[in-house]
Every structure is written in structure tokens, then in C-alpha cells.
Design a protein around this ligand. Structure first.
Ligand SMILES: [Zn+2]
Length: 284
């Protein structure tokens, strides 16, 4: 089933950034942003300018602070044990699948497939958008970007027919001015990888987000991030990839993930998917 769906989806936009492992593991751009060619000066400037131009903003008003836990791409371990850990605490997360990667294996993980996406949705998790071919937005011209986004949306809506007004996460956190403008008219929000707390007047097309990983949010700095969110009555959006005893640079362990959820709840935070957090903040 997953295989069949995957083949159909790959027909439209081949995930050229993804090189399945054969023999020795190659450097893998899917999971290692250091290996991605982000293009020349123009795409870099496009991202730098794009992230500063807000096409729409909203004021975030929260009675109590909120944490959202999100998973990009996403590896099978984001479901089990990842999603299961959230469920054990009565919480749910947001998953941003790049539909062109379903079922593919790289040097660090195997990406979940359509069955897992459907199952996560049945279990109450949110399914968002992350591009079909997992290309940095600023490397696709506006028409190609729109086509890739439409392919991602169509693929996911075939799996989960009830999806509407999805939230989006930028592959590699890269935006561009025109791509961001397009998103402002077609998704409910877009999540970046720029660390920070979302509070007060907020750019809905570049939500700040902190990576749960050894170089990002850990057990050691968890309370400092929660302090900042609490002080601002804000919304702390977290993202990660694999959840494993030996995680990649871009993932975390079951223990750390469980600690984040339990500590946030203990401190009186609501732990909500992105859509539910926007609802809570009074943002349509
Ligand atoms: Zn990604």
C-alpha cells in the first residue's frame, strides 16, 4: 500500500535531493542541511529578505502558554516511539510529511509512509504540509514552488480526505519572498527553523521554532525556553525528526521527548498541535 501510493506520488516531482543508501552511506542532503546546495547569492538574499517581510501578522493572545511539538519529513520513529510518547501524556503533535519521500531510507532513518500518516490522523495528530519533493522553497521558482506545494497537498488529501487549511513547514527552514507570499494566501501558517518564542504581533508565515536536538533544545535548557515562553505568555513551537536511543544530529531520544512533554504539562503549559494552538490564540 505504502509502496503503491509512493510510486504514484513520485511521478510528479522526483525527490532529487534524496539519495537512497546503497552500499556505503553517502552524505545525505535530506537529513543534513550542510550537504544541501542552497544555491548562489540570489536564493540566499531571497531567504534573508523573505524572512523579514511579513505579508500577514496576527496578535497572539494566550491565557496560558502553549508548547507545540512538531516532526518534519518524518522518520518512522517520529510515530513510534515519538507520537506514542505524546499520547501517553494525553497530548498530540503536528507532523509535516514531504510526500515524495514516503517509505524511502537514507543513512539515518526510514521515512514513514502513507499508512502511518493516515494512522496518526486517526489518532488525533495534525497532518501539515512540507513540500512534495522536500526542496528549499527559495530554489524553486514561484510556479514550481506552487506545483510542488499542490502535489504535497493533493497527496496528503488523498490519504486524509478531511484535510483543510493545512499548516506548512519550510524544508530546511528556507523561504523566499514570492514563495512566502504564495503561502500567505494558501496555508494557515508556515513554520521556520528560526529559534524563538511566538508572542505578540507574529508573522504567521514565519513562525519561530526551536529544534529538539543535542545542538538545540535539550533537558539542560528546557526550563529556560519554558521560562521565556511563560514570561511572554507565548507559544513555543518545537521541531525534531527521529526519536531514537541513538538519534541523528536532527533528532532526539524518547527520554528527552517525554521529559519535554511532562515538564511542560507540569508547569501548566498546554501541549497542542499547531492548528489547535492557533485556535487557542484566537487566530482564524
Ligand atoms: Zn524537512
Amino acid at each position: 500500500m505504502e509502496q503503491g501510493v509512493n510510486e504514484k506520488m513520485n511521478g510528479l516531482a522526483h525527490p532529487t535531493l534524496f539519495r537512497p543508501v546503497r552500499g556505503r552511506a553517502p552524505a545525505d542532503p535530506l537529513v543534513d542541511p550542510d550537504e544541501v546546495d542552497f544555491g548562489g547569492l540570489f536564493p540566499r538574499l531571497d531567504h534573508m529578505i523573505g524572512r523579514r517581510i511579513a505579508f500577514r501578522t496576527a496578535a497572539i493572545h494566550l491565557d496560558r502558554p502553549v508548547v507545540s511539538i512538531t516532526f518534519d519529513d518524518f522518520p518512522r520513529t517520529a510515530d513510534t516511539p515519538g507520537a506514542r510518547i505524546l499520547e501517553d501524556h494525553g497530548a498530540r503533535g503536528t507532523f509535516y510529511p514531504a510526500s515524495g519521500l514516503f517509505g524511502l531510507t537514507n543513512s539515518r532513518w526510514t521515512v514513514a509512509g502513507a499508512e502511518t500518516v493516515a494512522d496518526l490522523h486517526r489518532r488525533g495528530h495534525e497532518i501539515g504540509l512540507h513540500g512534495h519533493a522536500h526542496r528549499p522553497a527559495n530554489l524553486l521558482d514561484p510556479a514550481a514552488f506552487a506545483a510542488d506545494l499542490a502535489a504535497n497537498r493533493a497527496a496528503l488529501r488523498r490519504i486524509v480526505p478531511g484535510l483543510v487549511r493545512e499548516n506548512y513547514a519550510y524544508p530546511y527552514g528556507q523561504c523566499g519572498v514570492r514563495q512566502k507570499k504564495r503561502l500567505s494566501a494558501s496555508v494557515r501558517s508556515s513554520r521556520s527553523v528560526q529559534p524563538g518564542i511566538n508572542a505578540g504581533r507574529t508573522d504567521l508565515d514565519f513562525l519561530k521554532s526551536v529544534e529538539i536536538s543535542a545542538r538545540g533544545l535539550t533537558e539542560n535548557n528546557l526550563d529556560r525556553w519554558l521560562d521565556r515562553a511563560e514570561a511572554a505568555s507565548g507559544w513555543l513551537v518545537l521541531f525534531t525528526h527521529d526519536v531514537s536511543e541513538a538519534p541523528s544530529l536532527y533528532g532526539t531520544t524518547p527520554r528527552v521527548l517525554a521529559r519535554i512533554v511532562s515538564r511542560a504539562l507540569e508547569r501548566g503549559f498546554a501541549v497542542l498541535p499547531v492548528a489547535a494552538a492557533l485556535d487557542r490564540a484566537g487566530i482564524a
